[in-house]
Design a protein around this ligand. Structure first.
Ligand SMILES: [Zn+2]
Ligand SMILES: [Zn+2]
Length: 169
């Protein structure tokens, strides 16, 4: 769905759209969308900027950072975004956006694509590190067994190894 300036000049646009899983391109992100994504929003013109505000909800799945088992991430996200025409940048170089106030993006051409707005919001909302639970024991560094499921008898790796200092945590 495209949000165009032509349309916005006549009226604000009320958006209610559902994207089935698999229909949005998350650019190779390490999560999957496992439920329909619903977005309810309003788009309007504010001066020369397009403002899109609303709410999106879906459910994602990613891997636990420690044990690699699947972890569900429910996502309910409010957003209030401004998109400035890219042609305006050169003219408004002295214009500064207060860093804490607004989220401003840019658009070129006749408008913005709703799917781009939505995918960007989802990608920004996913935490960098996800664990299945706070006390997750992770994988055994020796045999790769999931230590939440079975306790293997591997000896802990020797700290005297010449490579010990190169090892990651
Ligand atoms: Zn885990
Ligand atoms: Zn082991």
């Amino acid at each position: 769905m495209r949000i165009t300036l032509d349309e916005l000049e006549l009226n604000r646009i009320v958006i209610s759209k559902t994207y089935a899983s698999g229909t949005l391109d998350y650019h190779g992100a390490e999560f999957r969308q496992i439920a329909p994504l619903k977005v309810e929003a309003v788009a309007e013109l504010v001066g020369s900027e397009i403002r899109v505000r609303g709410h999106l909800g879906t459910r994602l799945e990613t891997s636990c950072d420690r044990c690699l088992s699947p972890v569900g991430i429910p996502l309910e996200q409010d957003f209030d975004l401004f998109y400035r025409p890219i042609q305006a940048i050169a003219r408004e170089e002295e214009f500064e956006v207060p860093a804490d106030e607004l989220e401003v993006g840019f658009f070129s051409g006749d408008g913005i694509e709703l799917a781009d707005v939505v995918t960007e919001q989802v990608i920004l909302s996913v935490p960098m590190k996800v664990v299945c639970r706070a006390e997750c024991q992770g994988l055994c560094p020796v045999c790769r067994a999931n230590r939440n499921v079975n306790r293997c008898d591997c000896a802990p790796p020797q700290d005297k190894s010449p490579f010990a200092s190169l090892k990651e945590d």
